[in-house]
Design a protein. Structure first.
Lengths: 942, 243
């Protein structure tokens, strides 16, 4: 029988060909090798040469075959023929689809472009989609950051010119202590796992701060099971301890931050809380050599960080003095706050002491010479080997902005940002708030918008409000409700459009976000808003265009569906103009290209926008003779120039493809990328790899490759003056005033030094009635992965249960056979199954997010486990807070950035009659793509 | 009944680091992806888009909680596949000789042509590491990617099992346990690698590297410790002088 056994050393052919492109199973953007045999995808593995994943690939990436060949793929443009939500569509041609779209969009553009709301979800082409929206002229554009992690991004930009993930990463090769806060499996997935592996192999330590001990927290050496929403308090208490112990890096603070900037400390002064500036507007410090005020950026000036000076009858104190006075107060002492955080004072003290010990006692030194922005030469680079990461966990609270800022300030006080062993920026970051655009909303009939939609306001003068105080944007971004909403508020668009507040719109145009299901708060009500009709029987939101690659829940509610391709069938650029794939030691960008051609009548959404832009005659999308400018997205990627010599892709520019960063468009650029494995990388010189904001060599390199046009060193903001400007307005200063009902909130929350306050929902609900915190996270094998209901991944997690701590499990008398529960918030009630988990904060419950599906979606059977047993917590979370009695409904968002406060949710739990289905049980809609096959055996043809 | 080789020239297998595995399932899916279109029949999926899909996997990650004698409960991610035992009960139980252990490298394989799908081997395996493919009716199990590790059609550095090649955290290590100087033998020595259920007498080749002690010092141990810092203002003056 041995003759049929496998050969001793079998060496079968793997595939006909390997094509290298960029993954899109989540937002991580890893390089992949796609193996093809007979034109079919046979195997996908990580690309070893790629800077992001260095060869590894996660579960999502490995499940790409099931995504690419999913039965839920849309096949052709669809026109709705039944009522919204019925799933009844007619298949139409692209020509007809464009005709319909233009028949809605052209009159809007010709009369009032703000009647279009264009929001692009998990879009990785925002520099392109925003260009389209700007050309169209609507002020109503953003992607999904507002319901994701804008608190982290904005707090990072405002404080130090960048945050985590796309902005920067720990120095994984040198760090010795890594501290990770909250739900953080969502971004930078493979790089963090690679980094944890490296750290562990060196014997480094991981501290996890998370109410839930799963994922990274399961391998953390030390787990801090904090109470949700109190991370900011915990961080400020550690800052209290570090200050008390004198364990902050004063040399670093005096050189690289605004610690020495003199702040008007006279409460009666009109300029209270603002910096003392000279006649050129340059902030002043006390020069320790002379004891007199001097420009902070003058050569040789060493600022004092303590004390005060008197000038013109006013007392000025260095920002650091104010910071120390504030956080040394007993209100931040571990003894005061520990119970509120669900921790012991000893634990907080020990953690702060451990951070200090590693930062200062295990200092590392690199023998690399470098020159700083003031021309001073340094023989070495000093490293403080502690590093941090956080993402949505601490962001998605109504105190998230200030909490994120507190974390960034903790890193800065330890002197561990942009130093060996600490946190490092990735080009094009660092980039301070002033270097970003300001938000724009100036629109006019038939005209492009007057500037970029999104940006970083520096004071009330940059808000997007009309003279009567009303919002210029449909999502009310950049208003007093959320002045620094740098990513917009996609989660408010449907409810605002439905309410006609601040105004009615005509067409809702969305891409790649499941806003009728798991990407929205208040799912059941949002479905009603999309299907609601007015007194004439017309839909309240008149037109809805949606582009998706798959038959998601949201597709069923659209009037017109533009079918996108799968990620293996499309062109894309992961651009330095947008959110690139750079590393701390290199600039890099990458492409996607059709490694297989679509076998359906579908089109990359960006290519469809090129067609539609031309059809509407949008500037930038037509030639002088009115003909279409870009044949498709690939043509745009190669030919478009944002500034002379700078385009979507930085690599292989110039006629011969030998220019990096700057250079004329190269018609063969995509071929060059393909030859190079789908990406381009340009390494930063060794003496420019740390201290980037203040390092002359880095600044010169960045100008050379076109990241910016002139060197722009800056210092980090401990004291954030743009926040103080908002507070001043609320105190009555200046012409631009917040409405009276927001004054107290602006004063309390826009503090120039981070402040902790109780999350809004928590502060408002009856805590005895709703005693439990409820959280969600996505499993690592599904995070940021949208679409298709992957046949392999749904076998790993196809049903979610609500995990509850032993205390509640016992109290309520649940058992394995009696595990159905009602979960109620102030807003809604669901029925679901519960399971016991003890590695969990004792007042917290949680579940896997986005497992529950609507019957009829995703080409699943109507009795699919995701529909009958899976559930969403979204039904319990309102986009508005409970009424306060003042007649107003406040947004359930962060007051600074408008980030959706998903994790403020409070609930109560009761036993429910056993057996399902989970509730609410939404009725099925007709599947526009039929149902997937019963059994599959992928690979039998190979 | 099928006999085992008296000894094998090599003992190829995996060292799996439970201190580093974050439970991401990358190994699970990449294994499925490689093996469904390579060695033997595909790894099928029944009811793939229906009520309760279930298919064949050669490697699965189990997650469970462990409550230490004192301190917080801990979460363990535990990847499990065939351990290529030296005394493999799945081989000796096989009535057709389809299950066999290779004398050259110790890999336990199923010759699918000779497998009649009786399932005795799955019953005999104490680890639940074999799965009968429902569509094909033959027994599937980890092959240690025998069609990768010797494969001259792929780059040398990639001649490791798919799960090892893809693991983002580097928690999986492949090597020859018969060589005391191999990467895996050294890891086992350094980290106190252990056998899974040694009492079963199967002598598994694969080893697990246990989690390092966690939550040390514990809250109880910290209780009463004085880590009170002192002297901010005096320090500030002195420290500024030094800059």
């Amino acid at each position: 029988m041995t003759d049929t056994k496998v050969a001793a050393r079998p060496s079968p052919k793997v595939s006909d060909e390997v094509r290298k492109t960029t993954c899109y199973m989540c937002a991580c953007r890893c390089g992949i090798n796609v193996h093809l045999e007979n034109g079919k995808v046979k195997y996908i593995e990580g690309n070893r040469d790629h800077p992001v994943n260095q060869g590894v690939l996660c579960a999502k990436g490995s499940a790409g075959i099931m995504q690419h060949y999913a039965p839920s793929r849309l096949r052709t443009p669809l026109k709705r023929v039944g009522p919204r939500g019925s799933g009844e569509f007619e298949e139409i041609s692209w020509d007809e689809a464009y005709e319909i779209a233009a028949s809605w969009l052209k009159p809007i553009r010709d009369t009032d472009p703000s009647k279009l709301a264009f929001f692009t979800g998990r879009d990785q082409s925002q520099s392109f989609t925003s260009f389209w929206a700007q050309a169209f002229g609507t002020p109503n554009y953003a992607a999904h950051g507002g319901f994701c992690s804008v608190n982290m991004a904005a707090a990072g930009i405002y404080t130090m010119g960048g945050a985590f993930w796309e902005f920067g990463q720990p120095d994984w090769d040198r760090t010795k202590l890594f501290m990770i806060f909250g739900v953080a499996e969502d971004h930078d997935s493979n790089p963090i796992k690679i980094g944890l592996g490296k750290l562990k192999s060196r014997g480094g330590k991981v501290i996890g701060v998370n109410p839930i001990r799963s994922g990274y927290n399961a391998v953390a050496d030390d787990w801090i099971g904090i109470t949700p929403g109190t991370d900011g308090l915990f961080i400020l208490s550690m800052i209290h301890e570090l200050l008390k112990a004198g364990k902050v890096d004063l040399n670093y603070l005096s050189r690289y931050t605004n610690a020495g900037f003199l702040v008007d400390a006279n409460e009666d002064s009109a300029e209270y809380g603002l910096f003392l500036r000279d006649k050129d507007g340059t902030p002043q410090v006390i020069d320790r050599a002379t004891g007199k005020p001097a420009k902070y950026d003058a050569k040789g000036v060493k600022p004092d960080l303590a004390g005060h000076i008197r000038k013109g009858g006013i007392t000025y104190k260095p920002a650091f003095q104010l910071l120390a006075e504030k956080y040394l107060d007993a209100q931040y002492a571990p003894e005061t706050i520990a119970a509120q955080c669900g921790l012991t004072p000893e634990k907080i003290k020990a953690t702060a002491a451990e951070l200090a010990r590693v930062a200062f006692d295990e200092e590392i030194t690199l023998d690399v010479e470098w020159t700083d922005w003031k021309g001073e030469k340094h023989k070495t680079m000093t490293g403080r080997p502690v590093s941090f990461h956080a993402m949505r966990g601490i962001s998605a609270h109504s105190n998230g902005f200030q909490t994120c800022r507190a974390l960034h300030i903790l890193q800065i006080l330890l002197g561990s940002v942009e130093v060996p062993g600490g946190f490092r920026f990735k080009p094009p970051y660092p980039k301070p708030p002033e270097a970003h655009p300001k938000p724009h909303a100036g629109f006019a009939a038939g005209k492009p918008l007057d500037g970029p939609h999104l940006g970083y306001p520096m004071g009330p003068e940059h808000l997007l409000i009309n003279e009567d105080g009303s919002a210029k944007r449909i999502d009310k971004a950049f208003t007093w409700e959320n002045p620094y909403s740098a990513h917009g508020l996609m989660h408010m668009v449907i409810s605002n459009a439905h309410a006609g507040d601040p105004y009615k719109i005509d067409t809702l145009f969305m891409y790649m976000a499941n806003m009728a299901w798991n990407s929205t708060m208040n799912t059941t009500e949002v479905i009603k808003m999309l299907t609601d009709t007015d007194e004439n029987g017309d839909y309240v939101i008149p037109h809805f265009i949606y582009s998706d690659a798959y038959s998601s829940e949201t597709v069923a509610f659209a009037d017109l569906v533009l079918p996108d391709t799968t990620y293996l069938e499309r062109h894309d650029c992961i651009s330095l103009l947008d959110r690139p794939i750079c590393e701390a030691e290199a600039a890099a960008d990458s492409i996607r290209w059709p490694v297989v051609e679509p076998d359906r009548d579908v089109k990359g959404f960006q290519s469809a926008l090129c067609d539609l832009g031309a059809k509407l005659g949008l500037p930038g999308f037509v030639n002088d003779d009115g003909s279409q400018k870009y044949a498709d997205y690939a043509d745009y990627i190669v030919s478009h120039e944002r500034r002379p010599g700078v385009g979507p892709l930085a690599g292989f520019r110039g006629p011969d493809g030998d220019k990096n960063g700057r250079g004329e468009p190269n018609p063969n650029q995509l071929e060059k990328y393909i030859e190079n494995g789908g990406f381009w990388i340009n390494h930063i010189p060794e003496n420019a790899q740390f201290y980037k904001p203040w390092n002359q060599h880095y600044q010169d390199w960045a100008v050379e490759i076109g990241l910016f046009d002139a060197a722009a060193p800056y210092v980090f903001n401990l004291w954030l003056e743009p926040m103080r400007k908002l507070q001043r307005a609320a105190e009555g200063h200046g012409d631009i005033q917040p409405p009276d009902h927001l004054r107290d909130r602006v004063k309390a929350t826009m503090t120039p030094l981070p402040e902790w306050y109780e999350p809004f929902e928590e502060a408002q609900v009856d805590k005895d009635e709703y005693p439990i915190h409820a959280l969600t996270q996505r499993p690592m094998h599904m995070y940021h992965s949208w679409g298709s209901q992957n046949a392999w991944l749904r076998q790993i997690t196809g049903v979610n249960k609500l995990y509850i701590p032993g205390k509640i499990w016992d109290e309520k008398g649940f058992s394995e056979d009696d595990n159905w529960a009602y979960v109620t918030s102030t807003h809604g009630k669901i029925k679901c199954q519960v399971a016991r988990m003890d590695a969990l904060n004792e007042n917290t419950v949680w579940t896997w997010n986005a497992i529950g599906k609507k019957r009829g979606a995703w080409a699943l059977s109507e009795d699919a486990q995701e529909a009958t047993k899976g559930f969403l917590l979204n039904h319990l979370i309102n986009e508005l807070l409970p009424p306060k009695g003042d007649g107003r409904r406040w947004a359930n968002s962060d007051p600074v950035t408008g980030q959706a406060a998903w994790f403020d949710l409070r609930v109560k739990i009761e036993k429910a009659p056993p057996n399902g289905p989970s509730e609410p049980a939404h009725p099925a809609h007709k599947s526009p793509v039929g149902q997937g096959p019963k059994d599959i055996a992928y690979g039998e043809e190979f | 009944m099928t006999t085992l080789p008296a000894s094998t020239e090599k003992k190829l297998g995996l060292a799996i680091d439970l201190d580093t595995c974050v439970g991401c399932h990358a190994c699970v899916v990449n294994c499925k992806e490689w093996n469904t279109s390579n060695y033997g029949v595909p790894l099928s999926d029944e009811d793939a888009y229906g009520a309760e899909p279930h298919g064949s996997f050669l490697n699965r990650v189990h997650t469970f909680e462990a409550q230490p004698a004192s301190g917080c409960s801990q979460t363990i991610h535990f990847p499990k596949s065939c351990l290529h035992c030296e005394d493999a009960p799945c081989v000796t139980v096989c009535p057709t000789g389809a299950s066999y252990k290779r004398s050259e490298d110790g890999i336990v394989l199923v010759n699918e042509n000779d497998c009649m799908g009786c399932g005795l081997c799955a019953w005999a395996c104490p680890y639940g590491a074999r799965e009968l493919d429902a569509l094909a009716g033959v027994m599937k199990k980890c092959t240690l990617c025998v069609d990768r590790i010797y494969n001259e059609n792929i780059p040398e550095e990639d001649r490791v099992p798919a799960c090892v090649r893809t693991c983002p955290a580097g928690a999986r290590h492949f090597g020859d346990f018969s060589d005391p100087n191999s990467n895996v033998s050294k890891l086992v020595a350094e980290r106190g690698g252990i056998d899974l259920m040694p009492e079963m007498g199967t002598k598994p080749v694969n080893k697990y590297l246990p989690p390092r002690p966690k939550d040390v010092p514990s809250d109880e141990q910290l209780n009463g410790q004085n880590t009170e810092p002192k002297g901010f203002l005096a320090w500030l003056d002195k420290a500024l002088e030094a800059i």
